[in-house]
Design a protein around this ligand. Structure first.
Ligand SMILES: Nc1ncnc2c1ncn2[C@@H]1O[C@H](COP(=O)(O)OP(=O)(O)OP(=O)(O)O)[C@@H](O)[C@H]1O
Ligand SMILES: [Mg+2]
Length: 443
């Protein structure tokens, strides 16, 4: 046998082996035959090289197309982000009022039928505000605002938003929450969003199941801590996830739901949040029988700011004076109602200037204002307080939009003032006011 190398640009890329008669092997091959074979070999080598080049080129074109697609997708996403955050912003304010006024009516309404309707309005409005929160989180990722929290309380809050609907749809809810979980260093709003998204998915899956069979609809939520990890599991007895769908569920905008039912953002947002907290989301899928979502976090970050958790309990705050700076903002109007019903002495002024005027002669325990008051927007009002009434500059609670730009948010947070982001419910408002009062009474 003789071998003829396949040469391209001075490099051998292979060899052609020829079985030859014995005479040739003995070294008596004619030169012209050898030249002929070498010419064929070089043509073959060029052809092979061309195929390789073509394959490389094809691969590069595919890669280029993928990158281009990604770029278009990113641009599309950022355009969608702009759009949704604009719309969400417009909906946020009225929604805050709907939630707040409904809660107020719930406190005073005795008639069971009216209460039932009000509870429905409340839970639907809260579902809307969770959707808005999802959209805002998607549009602009905020850094987490972490503090020590009781994870069970967060689970319960998320569940409360869906309890009415779940029970109305005949879903049995089983809560197995462990009492021995230490406080966890998380952003409570973001975490509530994660739990809400998972519970919301479970509810939708159970509704689908209900159409197909009469088997019991059950949602089991459990929490436990073990080996330095806290884990929260959500098991539903829905249909489970189709095996070919499973790898895609965390992708943004991936949904198997009809238009108007799902946007495909819930799990992708939840995944981002959980990752940012150093945790994981695991799925145990029993297709046909249901699915379990398990969220785990490390228990870490000991000894940080426990002031709020401990301080909120003691002390009587009824009768404390609160000044609300309100340039006809419905959300602030609602705050006035709620805080008065808590026993605070609430007074209102209509502008930043009027507030400064009032402070000349009056003393307050807290000022509650919006970041957007017309005559002194943004930090201008706070600057004026710092200059004229520095003590009051520490006794302030700002209401702000979730979507304020990151730079404004940073500046605001640098001042170490209390901020309540919209949309908020009555409980969040009360908590923020008590928290601010604890700080302000120490000041
Ligand atoms: N508990 C569940 N049971 C069955 N399928 C689920 C469950 N949770 C999620 N999925 C599947 O994962 C997909 C993605 O979920 P995700 O929450 O990200 O979006 P979505 O629920 O479709 O829309 P959105 O959450 O934005 O309203 C769902 O469309 C569904 O197919
Ligand atoms: Mg969802």
């Amino acid at each position: 046998m003789i071998g003829i190398p396949l040469m391209v640009k001075g490099k051998a890329i292979g060899v052609i082996g020829l079985f030859c008669p014995k005479s040739v092997e003995a070294g008596r091959i004619q030169q012209e035959r050898l030249d002929f074979l070498t010419t064929i070999a070089s043509q073959v080598a060029i052809a092979i090289d061309n195929v390789k080049l073509y394959q490389d080129l094809e691969q590069k074109v595919t890669e280029l197309r993928r990158l281009q697609g990604q770029l278009i997708q990113t641009e599309k996403l950022s355009a969608i982000g702009e759009l949704v955050s604009g719309v969400a912003h417009e909906i946020n304010n009225p929604l805050t009022s709907v939630v707040g006024f409904t809660q107020l009516l719930l406190e005073t309404t005795e008639n069971p039928r009216d209460r039932e309707f009000l509870e429905k309005i409340f839970s639907e409005a809260m579902s809307c505000s969770e959707i808005i929160r999802n959209l805002l989180t998607f549009a602009r990722r905020h850094p987490a605002e972490k503090s020590y929290n009781n994870i069970n309380d967060i689970i319960r809050k998320a569940l409360e938003l869906k309890r009415y609907q779940l029970e109305t749809d005949g879903v049995e809810i089983i809560e197995n929450l462990s009492d021995s979980i230490p406080p966890i260093w998380v952003d409570p709003h973001q975490m509530q969003q994660v739990f809400f998204n998972i519970i919301h998915n479970a509810h939708q899956a159970l509704l689908e199941k209900k159409k197909l069979s009469t088997s019991p609809l059950r949602l089991t939520i459990a929490s436990e801590s073990r080996n330095g990890l806290v884990s929260i599991s959500f098991h539903d007895t829905g249909q489970g996830i189709l095996p070919d769908v499973l790898p895609k569920v965390f992708e943004p905008f991936f949904t198997t739901k009809e238009v108007g039912v799902g946007t495909g953002l819930g799990l992708s947002i939840s995944y981002g949040i959980v990752k940012e907290h150093g945790g994981e989301i695991l799925i145990e899928n029993l297709f046909g029988e249901g699915v379990t979502f398990i969220v785990t976090f490390p228990i870490n970050g000991q000894g940080r700011d426990r002031r709020v958790a401990e301080g909120a309990k003691g002390g009587s705050y009824a009768g404390r004076r609160i000044l609300i700076v309100d340039d006809s903002n419905a959300a602030l109007e609602m705050c006035t109602y709620i805080l008065r019903s808590e026993g605070f002495r609430v007074e209102g002024v209509e502008s930043g200037r009027a507030a400064l005027e009032r402070l000349r002669s009056e003393d307050y325990d807290l000022i509650l204002t919006d970041l957007g008051i017309a005559d002194m927007p943004g930090l201008a009002f706070h600057d004026a307080l710092l200059k004229e009434y520095p003590v009051m500059a520490e006794k302030i609670l700002f209401l702000a939009e979730e979507r304020i730009n990151p730079e404004a948010r940073r500046l605001l947070e640098e001042r170490k003032v209390e901020i309540l982001y919209r949309p908020f419910g009555m409980t969040a408002l009360k908590e923020a006011v008590y928290r601010s009062l604890i700080t302000s009474l120490k000041a």
